[in-house]
Design a protein around this ligand. Structure first.
Ligand SMILES: [Zn+2]
Length: 402
């Protein structure tokens, strides 16, 4: 088989296109492949699809996947059709898309690598500019998002994550039916719900949303009520336990002033007993013996967590009432405040149990996002940041040609 034909097959080039010439420069580690089309071929007008005569051709070059460590470029003269109705147009060629200097295979490789590698590492590895990588990623993310099917969406999760070392926040909206991020808003004000509703309404009727699962942050509650009046607000276990953990830590910090035993124990109280190491159990036992408020607050958390094991809603309601009674009689300010807040919002908590709605999956997605953020410390713009979030947690249908 002749080498041109071999390369033609490897590239998947089909008539009227063919490999006209190959130039391999071993010292420069570079391969240039020249394509051409059979003389006299008519091409379809990209607008109306009618076969047209050619007006002229434009010389173009695209970076392709390396062939055995040789940077590879594809060259071709791309025809411009002369259509009666649509004037002069550049035709679409099968190995690339419009306005890019890369082949589809090359771009698919970049998209695949972006799941595991930082953009700067990809750029270095394949020897292209970082900005070019970002432009490619943003293109495919936008394209896939436009095709995102939300027709089955009825349960939404809302959560905020900190960006820029904790000084600013973005609010993420999740499709809890399919465990994916579907929308990103800057900040965590009430108005994020207004914007989300507007964006959502381009795809589905926002009044189809039945449940919104979130924490008890007042701006979120207000936003959800105002812009999704038909949806029920639910407070899931993940968020309630998080509030409880925050309360325990407040108690511990205060108590640490008079009891230095509580130093370096912050992360122990976040865990359930079955996840504690032997050393941690011994430590907790020794603290418990001192009958600290922190240990007491921890027992309140374990008690509250049991709520989600109860499947009968009436039994759960009675249990929650009892827990509220214990909490308000705990003599621990932080637990009393939390118990009152939980009582006020018990309807949303019980609804999460009844419907089996949990933001638990959100935690996993957020961890993925945080890992990607750590990896790409060079997230310079908002667009780069959002592209990365959707890549990691958007469950998008991205090209997989390589
Ligand atoms: Zn046309």
């Amino acid at each position: 088989m002749d080498d041109k034909l071999l390369i033609q097959m490897a590239l998947g080039i089909t008539p009227p296109w063919y490999v006209k010439d190959i130039d391999l420069n071993v010292s420069k580690k570079r391969m240039d492949i020249y394509l051409d089309f059979t003389k006299g071929t008519k091409f379809p007008c990209p607008v109306c699809n009618k076969l047209c005569d050619l007006h002229d051709t434009k010389e173009k070059v695209w970076r392709h996947l390396d062939f055995f460590h040789h940077e590879t470029y594809i060259h071709a003269r791309v025809p411009r059709t002369k259509c009666d109705g649509d004037d002069v147009k550049l035709v679409e060629v099968p190995w690339t898309r419009q306005n890019t200097g890369f082949t589809l295979f090359f771009e698919a490789l970049i998209v695949a690598m972006s799941k595991e590698m930082s953009v700067s590492s990809i750029a270095e590895l394949i020897n292209i500019h970082e900005n070019s990588v970002w432009i490619i990623l943003a293109h495919y993310v936008e394209e896939a998002r436009a095709k995102m099917d939300l027709s089955e969406l009825d349960t939404i999760g809302v959560d905020e994550i900190s960006v820029k070392k904790g000084h600013s926040y973005v609010t993420l909206f999740y499709d809890l039916n399919q465990s994916r991020v579907i929308h990103i808003e800057n900040g965590k004000k009430r108005s994020v719900f207004k914007n989300f509703r507007e964006v959502l309404s381009r795809k589905i009727d926002p009044d189809n949303i039945k449940y919104i699962s979130m924490d008890m942050y007042p701006a979120f509650r207000g936003g959800a009520r105002e812009y999704f009046p038909n949806a029920k607000i639910v407070y899931d276990k993940f968020h309630i336990v998080k509030m409880m953990n925050d309360a325990i830590d407040k108690v511990r910090r205060k108590e640490y002033q008079t009891n230095k035993d509580l130093g370096k124990t912050r992360f122990m109280w976040l865990k359930n007993p079955e996840n504690l190491s032997d050393r941690e159990i011994a430590k907790i036992r020794s603290i418990k013996d001192l009958d600290t408020k922190t240990a007491k607050a921890y027992r309140f958390k374990l008690g509250l967590q049991r709520l989600w094991d109860i499947k009968n809603i009436e039994v759960a309601r009675e249990y929650l009432d009892k827990w509220h009674y214990w909490g308000t009689h705990s003599n621990i300010k932080e637990i009393i405040t939390l118990a009152k807040m939980i009582k006020r919002n018990s309807h949303g908590i019980l609804e999460s149990i009844k419907q089996g709605i949990s933001n638990g999956v959100v935690e996993g997605l957020n961890n993925k996002i945080k890992t990607a953020f750590k990896r790409s410390y060079g997230l310079k713009t908002e667009k780069c940041r959002n592209t990365m979030i959707f890549l990691m947690a958007g469950k998008l249908r991205l090209p997989t040609r390589c």
